[in-house]
Design a protein. Sequence first.
Lengths: 312, 312
Amino acid sequence: MTFEFTPLGVGAAIPIAGRHTSAHILNIQDQIYLIDCGEGTQMRLEQLQFRRSRIKQIFISHLHGDHVLGLIGLVTSFSLLGRDIPLSIFGPTGIKDFIEANIKYTHSHIPYELNIHELDPTVHIHIFENQNIDVYTIPLQHRVPTCGYLFREKQRLPRINIQKIEDYNVPKTAIRGIKMEGDDFTTEEGKLILNSELTLPAYPTRAFAYCSDTAYSEAIVPIIKEVDLLYHEATYLNRHQKQAEFSMHSTAQDAATIAKSADVKRLLLGHYSSRYLHVDLLRDEAQYIFPNTDLAIEGDVYKVPLEKNPQA
Amino acid sequence: MTFEFTPLGVGAAIPIAGRHTSAHILNIQDQIYLIDCGEGTQMRLEQLQFRRSRIKQIFISHLHGDHVLGLIGLVTSFSLLGRDIPLSIFGPTGIKDFIEANIKYTHSHIPYELNIHELDPTVHIHIFENQNIDVYTIPLQHRVPTCGYLFREKQRLPRINIQKIEDYNVPKTAIRGIKMEGDDFTTEEGKLILNSELTLPAYPTRAFAYCSDTAYSEAIVPIIKEVDLLYHEATYLNRHQKQAEFSMHSTAQDAATIAKSADVKRLLLGHYSSRYLHVDLLRDEAQYIFPNTDLAIEGDVYKVPLEKNPQA
């Protein structure tokens, strides 16, 4: 029941030594999703030993170079590597022209099914689902059309209460119906046992929100309410707040204020300005407002644990 | 009197661990030129401690992604870094659309002077000069419009013959005219000393040719005749010759045959197919035909020495 987030690049606009531009892997139940795709993402995937071919969906927040300039290399390398399964790319208006024009300019041929989904980044809508998750856009406030993404696990099935199964001698063949269909069970003695007695509540679902790049925006609070993990950009320290406002980025304290308002479980900062060689102060400023804050470190894995004993 | 070539990436189409896509720095008399610009070039420049801002000219061979996908990141990072000196980019037809469209798609603004020179890659012409060098195109045979580049030092001035200057008591004030203008000198006793006695022949000029990507093409031999250093792509071993022909690439032996025909001083192989984890055999196959062959290694510096004692 994996649910983990791995930043491949935590830098802002300009790559500097040891800090790459934005790209992130989200692994939910062993499906991996790529979020943003800065220059060099295909190399980062290789360095961190993620199999590129496992990516089936890519979510792009906006078309600034530090979030998108690795996309054409990745898409065309997929061709050269013989990919034959579909790839879906989600991103704000303009992404289709960007991809299609560059495929043409670089004389590339895409033999696999490439589905590009242009999104309206000003609205919060459901854009993707598979058997495990739903994905929604998060409208962000930046200099160009930008959206974040909310990933939420689908409601799980109730768990089988092993003790009760033994107590009532429930045969194995009946268990699937009890779990999947909500069946009740009748014992050999003719006693009806309700489904609610044979099962335990499902584990709660987990959620992750990705918010980059954005100015401070309280409008996102209801959308990301109580998520387990919030990645929020924190380009600047307080002392550069004017620069943050001018460039429509957030300070670490902006990120922490949003995390507190939304009552999230954990905040992860990233997208650090290249002017800061050391970023501990970003964490310090955020923790003053929201203590459960960490700095995203490239290649580290941030796990979202399953709540094993819910009081539901 | 520097003249040295540094490969930043020696891989072919797909980047693999430890092998980047095509990009190279040529340093001639402390001016640095970038030749091709695969994805991640700006990071490679930083890793190898080349100051990006020193680049004033970029030469692109063709618009396949492994030679050009780092260009937009570099050009836009120059903006963010406050560049205010001009940048010239040379490349085959199509490069202007590629750059201008991507500047638009990525919402970028280029505040410095950006001069894009579209070239006809089917002809051998002079395209650039400064006080040190002349640059010419080399028509190559590839699946898309492609040209190599020939860099040749300009004719130098004759050297002052220190011994004769002392013998004839030539004052310092006269030396500039003797060296720069070819002046003769008249001694205090009225004896005319010809310029040819006061000077030694200039050091010979050096030349470097870059030929990637290309099928075997004897047409380039007269253009690259007797260059000091030839970089020639060598994507394949002999046993993959059919693949080389199909994809319009060269084998290592193709490169060596061209080097031998052109009587170059030294051959450097590069652009190795990702199918070869070890490339020694490429060198072995080339050396069988042209012994003075080396493998381009990323980050290594290949110097072209000045011939200090010419017999001219």
